[in-house]
Design a protein around this ligand. Structure first.
Ligand code: SAM
Ligand code: SF4
Length: 332
């Protein structure tokens, strides 16, 4: 049993940790990263695997964190990522270790990740058309991503979740096709509202397609029934009323913020603890760790940071300030 839980001042418990292992990426998705890339962190500024594992152990053993999601940037560009998965798994093999990836390196990595203890995977896919993929991800790797999804399935990383960021006028005409794909392949497709975390500052509210509109389009073709989630999270999940395999989920960060139930915290690649995607401050842990402080000391800093977690984000409200970091620098 953990010594205690990570409460914030609004009574929420943080037990879902997202760890970004790199700020780098081999794609340049239009809603995330500028075409020319960003100024990457220096190698020494990024947490080493041993440092990540030390923090993960504190979160798991002291504070009862049960879910660890590895993300980035693109996590699979970090060398030997499966070793990190194995090291985290060794803390507690019953941990729910998951990953979000663009999928392009999965043909090479899926089996090693599964063998190391990865339990589940979310693969980002915004379109089923190669030309559109080129426009949205600014990459020609469509076929490799599709093959990566197959590789993940073959490695036993199912049930596979696909993340689709829906942008008005870009790919919103494909939501029913994605629902059809979910049914055909048994995937869960998560429709994510476009958030103001892009590196190009192109976000406007007009480009956000509210989840309810997406749901209406899907229900016209395929009626849905709410799924009683044993592990409630930010996605509102549904299965198909006719019993077809797969399902859909909606992440309505903009139109129906789920902040009151938010149990997430994030560690950036350089060791900053963030309590909200839209935090304007983070608590730097890397230099503290490197200065030789004890786990007790780190724990008290972590507890203080979580206690100060924001009540919620202010998108579309007066006072909203876009964070200086974009999604790939935070870890989505
Ligand atoms: N590179 C990996 C990937 O794309 O799956 C992991 C990191 S990526 C930052 C994590 C998730 O954030 C992806 O599913 C991506 O689609 C999503 N994302 C990035 N920018 C976003 C934005 N501005 N609004 C909503 N979701 C976004
Ligand atoms: Fe890279 Fe993921 Fe951002 Fe796309 S969403 S640019 S794949 S980090």
């Amino acid at each position: 049993m953990p010594e205690r839980r990570l409460f914030d001042s609004y009574g929420r418990i943080a037990d879902d940790l997202r760890i970004s292992v790199t700020d780098r990426c081999n794609f340049r998705c239009i809603y995330c990263m500028p075409a020319e890339g960003l100024k990457w962190l220096a190698r020494d500024d990024i947490l080493r695997y041993e440092e990540i594992v030390r923090l993960a152990r504190i979160f798991v053993e002291r504070y009862g964190v049960r879910t660890i999601r590895i993300t980035g940037g693109e996590p699979l560009v970090r060398v030997k990522l499966e070793e990190l998965v194995g090291m985290i798994n060794a803390i507690d093999p019953t941990l729910d270790i998951t990953m979000t990836t663009n999928g392009v390196l999965l043909r090479q990595k899926a089996q090693a990740l599964k063998d190391a203890g990865l339990k589940r995977i979310n693969i980002s896919l915004d379109t089923l058309h190669m030309d559109r993929f080129q426009e949205m991800a600014r990459s020609d790797a469509f076929v490799r991503v599709m093959d990566g999804i197959t590789a993940a399935r073959e490695a036993g990383l199912g049930p596979i979740k696909l993340n689709m960021v829906v942008m008005k006028g870009r790919n919103d005409d494909e939501v029913v096709d994605f629902a059809r794909l979910a049914r055909a392949e048994g995937y869960e497709v998560r429709f994510i509202e476009f958030m103001p975390l892009d590196g190009d500052n192109i976000w406007t509210n007009e480009q956000v397609v509210p989840s309810l509109r997406i749901q209406e389009q899907i229900e016209d073709q395929f009626p849905l029934v709410p799924y009683n989630d044993p592990r409630p999270g930010p996605a509102t999940r549904y299965t198909f009323a006719d019993g077809a395999p797969g399902g859909v989920g909606f992440i309505s960060s903009v139109s129906q913020a789920f902040c009151t139930a938010c149990n997430r915290i994030r560690l950036t690649a350089e060791g900053g603890l963030r309590t909200c995607l839209f935090s304007l401050h983070e608590t730097p842990l890397r230099d503290l760790m490197r200065s030789g402080v004890s786990d007790d000391h780190l724990g008290s800093v972590i507890e203080g940071a979580i206690w100060r977690k924001e009540e919620g984000h202010l998108i579309n409200k007066p006072g909203f300030i876009k964070p200086a970091k974009n999604m790939s620098q935070i870890g989505g």
